[in-house]
Design a protein around this ligand. Structure first.
Ligand code: DON
Length: 322
């Protein structure tokens, strides 16, 4: 079992093991994302008591993309409660791609808040009266979870806005079905802005560790998220966070997680740590190739799977202090 001195070594070894994997392609469907350096690779692990273990490009900025979705869902749950939020989005894995154009046949809700349809429905819910105020509220929450000031990449925003016709189609379908209100452009502005937030692997690890730490930031000790809603958010991440790879992920890694087409991926080990990987080469499902490999390896090496028989209580944290 690893202790404190071994963890940095393990992270470094995993980094070395996968650094020469060049499979996958950077996302190009949003033209600005095609400019990402495909070789960037960073692994970062943050514990609930604020220790950081990093290897590679952990301070390189990239856009959060779909990793904004669980945090926006959390914000909706906090502001509107479970009942109202679930009038707009379900909690069922769709088994389909992130941008699929489909709604639950009976309720006409999007299947869940991790796919684009659900995230746009959530963006419509958490948007404020002005576009600026809604984006500012999201950025503020993310800054407190990361523990540092963050900003939107305006070029990526403009690129998403200029090419996001499929998201626009999904939004209008939901307007037609009464899932979102008629301020469609406003909701899409909120969604595209959320996706265009610049973060580093270190930021994402801290955000994930804040979820793991029942909503309290490990270093500032600020209560960022309402812990009573975190169970809902982590559950939907567990079942739906990797889209049509979600079952395989739950089987192999066994952690609530979320990926983004910017190349980021986060995983949460409840009450113990947050994991973030940044590597922009994606597989055909839009998930980071090295991100998945690293999470699989860490989960197996450190015994992090939710149903690992050795994973009792906060055993990783206990190893660290042994
Ligand atoms: O909706 C989109 O196309 C993007 N802004 C976000 C998609 C994304 O990150 C999908 N995740 N793997």
């Amino acid at each position: 079992m690893p202790n404190l001195s071994h963890v940095q070594e393990i992270i470094q070894d995993v980094y070395e093991k996968y650094k020469d994997i060049h499979e996958g392609e950077v996302a190009t469907y949003i033209p600005e994302l095609a400019k990402a350096n495909p070789d960037h690779f960073g692994i970062c692990l943050a514990t609930v008591d604020g220790r950081l273990f990093c290897a590679g490009d952990c301070e390189e900025e990239f856009t959060i993309q779909s990793i904004c979705k669980p945090f926006a869902f959390q914000m909706a749950l906090e502001e509107f409660g479970r009942d109202k939020t679930l009038q707009h989005v379900g909690v069922e894995p769709s088994g389909d791609a992130f941008n699929s154009i489909e709604l639950e046949p009976r309720t006409m809700r999007p299947y869940n808040a991790m796919i684009n349809a659900g995230a746009i429905a959530i963006a419509s819910l958490i948007k404020k009266d002005s576009r600026e105020a809604g984006v500012a509220a999201f950025v503020d929450k993310m800054e407190r979870a990361a523990g540092r000031p963050l900003r939107i990449d305006e070029s990526v925003y403009a690129s998403e806005d200029a090419t996001g016709h499929r998201n626009r189609a999904i939004a209008y379908l939901m307007l037609n079905c009464g899932i979102i209100d008629s301020a469609v452009d406003h909701a899409l502005h909120q969604y595209f802005s959320q996706c265009s937030l610049l973060v580093t692997a270190q930021d994402l690890a801290m955000m994930a560790a804040t979820l793991a730490n029942m909503g309290t930031h490990p270093l500032s000790q600020e209560r960022v998220f309402d812990f009573q809603c975190i169970k809902d958010t982590l559950t939907v991440m567990f079942t739906c966070g990797l889209y049509d790879h979600a079952g395989e992920w739950a089987y192999r890694v066994g952690l609530p997680a979320k990926s983004g087409v910017g190349g980021g991926i986060i995983a949460v080990v409840n009450r113990q740590l947050g994991i973030a990987v940044y590597s922009p080469r994606l597989d055909a499902k839009g998930n980071s190739v090295r991100g998945i490999l690293v999470c699989k390896e860490l989960a197996s090496h450190l015994g992090l799977h939710a149903f690992e028989f050795t994973n009792v209580g906060s055993n990783f944290m206990q190893w660290l202090s042994s």
